[in-house]
Design a binder for this molecule. Sequence first.
Ligand code: DGY
Length: 327
Amino acid sequence: MNKPRVLVKSCNEVPKVALNLLKSKYNVTAIESHCHARKEILEVIPEHDALFLPLPHTKVDKEFLNTAGIYSISGPNLKVIATLSVGYDHLDLAEIKKRGIKVGYSPCASSVAVAEIAIALILSAARRAHEGRLKLESGDVRRTFQWMVGYDLRGSTVGIVGFGNIGKAIFKRLQGFEVGQFLYTGHSRKEDGDDLGAKFVSLDELLEKSDFIVVATPLNSETFEMFCYESFAKMKKNAVFVNVGRGKVVKTNDLVKALKNNTIFAAGLDVTDPEPLPIDHELLKLTNAVILPHLGSATVKTREDMAMIAAQNIINGLEGKPLPYPL
Ligand code: DGY
């Protein structure tokens, strides 16, 4: 019997352990990461049973599926798609599932790494790391008593927007900082929220009371641009706004305005809209914004774990078993 065929995007960047696992079971077609990857995938995907999708995200929507000639269950072979990400806003799930294709993602694997980036951003934004570096570079170091003072986590109120795996991992990692109070908001109260020591509040209450607002929510129709100028205006003047979820959860121009006119104190962003930010973007000119190019899950171990989960999603999908992490 012919072995199933698996299309692996960006194969040159896929951890060997996952690639070898797939190769040991299937015929693997490898596409190296480059700017024409989408076109190349489209050309060959109908001959494949599974699609393994690492970063950068390839949009799989109606247009993609139609162009590839994948219309229905009885059509070409594609049975399973595995994205190496916790976010899946690049996948049109309804369209994919309509065609009988299973979809897996890699939650949990990146929670710790993303939480660590959140902590790095909280501390750097609150302690003006970017501004300090700029001052050093321009020879403007004064070191007077009140020069470059920032804010403590100790005794503060931290509000987490999205208390899922990542939100909880952030909460857990903040335990040693003597935070005064933890608030969280999201769809609903979490069963373990109170036991953990975090209070469920409305978004407005969280915005009004928090010194640190940390966003760890996925992007969907409810969260799209949920942070606009009105939201920033509700925050405290000393508020530090951190986003490790998705850039489009924030209206970028409104955040720029809030940072420019000191409506809030600072921001730490691992995700932005657009992504990547053009080099002349307003956000990059602000001294009170610490910005990273979406590095949340970028650690050697995390990327390996994500790849192994995706490989297992593919294996189970092709063997007709439930995916370990289905969407
Ligand atoms: C994820 O896993 O969703 C990361 O943000 C990479 O996109």
